[in-house]
Design a protein around this ligand. Structure first.
Ligand SMILES: Nc1ncnc2c1ncn2[C@@H]1O[C@H](COP(=O)(O)OP(=O)(O)OP(=O)(O)O)[C@@H](O)[C@H]1O
Length: 274
């Protein structure tokens, strides 16, 4: 069986004020891949290119067919006048494997009244309605664009449970774009960091975190030979701090505090650059 769920090669999209790519990335089958990056780094454009909702200017995307992908975008694209249960009826015709029974059960579980109009749903409810649709047909891939941004902590945790449940089938894969990187602490096996439209890092999450250290120095400045590899260097009254490659940070162990970074540290410092 092919071990890659999505393969993107040489993808480019040019907007007047932004260029995505050229971008190469893979989403391994059987794993959860997190796509992270600062606002405007190109996460949505990448995801929509994979879904065929944005037409790339160059490059190639290999992904499951649209009927085999469960999609959750940050805003639902359903007709605003539809009632929740009509969304199910309307979409059933697009998905050969649609289960009306499962959709009804998920609406109940999520507390979405079937007669509520799409336009009347809160942001969190709109998100849940999309999740119900995504889980009501057979899929190879769930593609989420910032799915937790409108959800309260309980709903976020429930969504993570659903993702974990989905992943018990080892042929399933998830691509999850988010700027709430703590979501990924729980579920992501792989992380792709986007920075200004390019892939800044792509590797297993633990390896990424293990490759860097946050270093906090005091009165002694950062040695000159480390400046070119320091990311997001900040100077303040009592000293400085920066993200450094782990193998270069250990040398500073006596004169600075060296700690493992969070994913947030990595995204923020990558965005600030050298
Ligand atoms: N249809 C469009 N026309 C022109 N510019 C666009 C279009 N779509 C996106 N952009 C620009 O491309 C850049 C990247 O946007 P994108 O939504 O992909 O980033 P993002 O990482 O998802 O950001 P956020 O976290 O804020 O959602 C932004 O500067 C945006 O203004």
């Amino acid at each position: 069986m092919n071990d890659t769920a999505v393969r993107v090669a040489g993808l480019e999209k040019h907007y007047p004020t932004f260029t995505l790519g050229p971008l190469d990335l893979t989403v391994p089958r059987g794993f959860v891949t997190g796509l992270v990056g600062a606002n405007g780094s190109g996460k949505t454009t990448t995801l929509k290119s994979i879904l065929g909702m944005v037409r790339p200017d160059a490059g190639r995307v290999e992904a499951p067919g649209r009927d085999r992908i469960g999609v959750v975008l940050d805003t639902p694209t359903y007709v605003r006048e539809w009632r929740a249960r009509e969304v199910g009826r309307a979409l059933a015709t697009f998905y050969p494997t649609w289960s009306a029974a499962r959709f009804g059960k998920l609406l109940d579980e999520f507390g979405i009244p079937g007669q509520t109009k799409v336009s009347a749903l809160s942001r969190g409810m709109g998100m849940k309605l999309q999740v119900a649709v995504a889980l009501s047909h057979e899929t190879d891939l769930l593609a989420f664009d910032e799915p937790t941004s409108g959800l309260d902590p309980l709903a976020r945790s429930e969504l993570m449970d659903l993702v974990a449940d989905y992943m018990t089938d080892e042929t399933h894969s998830v691509l999850f774009s988010t700027h709430i990187t703590t979501d990924l602490d729980r579920i992501a096996d792989y992380v792709v960091v986007l920075d200004k439209g390019r892939v800044a890092a792509a590797m297993p999450r633990d390896e990424l975190i293990g490759s860097y250290r946050i270093v906090r120095g005091g009165a002694d400045p950062l040695p000159d030979d480390l400046r070119p590899v320091a990311l997001g260097l900040r100077s303040h009254q009592t000293g400085w701090d920066a993200l450094l490659p782990a193998d270069r940070a250990t040398a500073l162990g006596r004169t600075a505090v060296v700690e493992p970074p969070t994913l947030d540290d990595i995204v923020v410092r990558f965005a600030k650059g050298h």
